[in-house]
Design a protein. Sequence first.
Length: 300
Amino acid sequence: MTLNIIPKRKIWFTISIILSGLSVVYLMMWGLDFGIDFVGGSSLNIEYAIQSPSVTQVKEALGPLDLDSLEVQPSGERDMILRFEETDEETHHEILNKLNSIDQKTYGEIEELSFDSVGPSIGQTLKRKSFYAVILVILAIIAYIAWTFRKVAQPIASWKYGITAVITLVHDCLIVLGVFSFLGHFYGMEVDSAFIAAILTVLGYSVNDTIVVFDRIRENLPKSEEDFAGTINTSVNQTIIRSINTSLTTMLILFTIVVWGGASVQAFALALLIGVFIGTYSSIFLASPLLVLWEKKNSL
């Protein structure tokens, strides 16, 4: 059975515009909740032997230390994540002692799972370098696709394949950022260096899926008796099962990490899960219809 994906392109464009528009609104209203990697500070992940105390008990125990910007986030039944100002090693040990003194009979002793401390200047540098990394990846993708499809000049120029792929990448990243803006505002989910790694991975995964579709279009164009839109629709149908099956297996693994993984990897896995889903959608329902849009514009 042949799916009429290209003839229904207005539906896919509408869905993408709505999702992208909501993401832009969220980012303008709330922005992103940057973690200590970007703004500086300290993050302490601990685990109680029996169960974790309440947030109020933790804040009362740490009150004498006068920690600026203290945030306490429960993570599971026994884990807690604490974020506060950048501290020295002496204060770090005082914090652990205070936490360990909270009713050990009820909660047990604590185990320190991780401790990270980043200065504000390092955080700003990391933010700037992360931005440059994403821009360089996008430029490299444009150049690669334009070179790969250099012999495909009709009915649209090869560089338009590269621009189309980048539009889908921006679409994918924008929606992931929008979701994390929403989660950061309502659930305190932070963006850290692992999130940037997830975004770069999403870029690679999405463009790989898009190139598979584009490559089938390139193969079919010289021998197809259909028009450009028909050839693209046939090409998408020939690759759609492969794309969906590959994505589903990846998403299944990522879903298990999001649900049962530790707090330190959940945000990374969630960003990948959303990115893989949106990337699969865009490579099938956005990238290929955009090529038809280019061709329609050229024929006017």
